[in-house]
Write a new protein. Structure first.
Length: 232
């Protein structure tokens, strides 16, 4: 299946991801284990995504405990943000944050899928649109648009929510996007991949959606499983 996907889509082949995803799929997996499995998969997929999406640059020198001089390095681009899509994207933030050597701003987007049309509806957005004049914004400033945004959301079903989040970030001024997820449908990945400046990394890909727009076999409603709101 991976060969039929666009070149900016990456489905993990890591053995540990595949086994953990199999456990996460099971309806018998306990509510205590669901968040930890999402976190572990996010950590593995995020490692692959950031290895491809980030660079390092020399930015000075320092001394080791033995007094030897060495070149210090920092990430490039320097201006990053993590953007979880509420609710379930929050479950991936600790894993992705732990991979980065320095804290970065976290900007939340709240979206839900309208049940009849399956279209995304934005209900929360804390991107700092009301920023100081551009002359006062310095690189890496939390008040200006990030050069690179890392969107995290466990599930890409129809792809419309992810696409809406990307459009919102581009309107803010983000130049490049990395999307990290746990599971996706083939249809959803192809839709999101229409943005050539977006790199998409997921733990697994299922071919079909059902009539409700849910992935088959998928993970069920991962937000409800994470926050114990099944049957709401």
């Amino acid at each position: 299946m991976a060969s039929s996907l666009p070149s900016n889509v990456h489905v993990s082949s890591h053995p540990c991801v595949r086994v953990k995803l199999s456990k996460l799929r099971s309806k018998g997996t306990s509510p205590r284990d669901v968040p930890s499995l999402v976190n572990e998969i996010a950590l593995l997929v995020g490692t692959e995504a950031l290895a491809e999406g980030l660079q390092v640059r020399d930015d000075g020198t320092d001394q080791s405990p033995l007094g030897y001089e060495f070149a210090t390095q920092s990430l490039s681009p320097a201006s990053l943000t993590i953007v979880p899509i509420l609710r379930s994207g929050l479950s991936m933030v600790p894993a992705i944050s732990s991979l980065l050597p320095e804290p970065v701003p976290i900007h939340h987007l709240g979206m839900y899928r309208e049940k009849t049309t399956l279209q995304p509806v934005e209900y929360y957005n804390n991107l700092p649109y009301h920023a100081p004049p551009s002359a006062l914004i310095t690189p890496g400033s939390a008040s200006g648009p990030a050069e690179l945004a890392i969107i995290v959301d466990p599930v890409v079903a129809t792809g419309q929510t992810a696409e809406a989040a990307i459009d919102t970030l581009k309107e803010w001024g983000v130049k490049r996007v990395i999307f990290i997820g746990v599971i996706a449908s083939e249809e959803g990945l192809k839709k999101v991949a229409r943005h050539p400046d977006v790199s998409i990394w997921v733990g697994g890909c299922d071919k079909e959606l059902d009539e409700r727009g849910m992935i088959k076999p998928g993970l069920g409603d991962i937000g409800d499983r994470l926050y114990l709101t099944i049957g709401k």
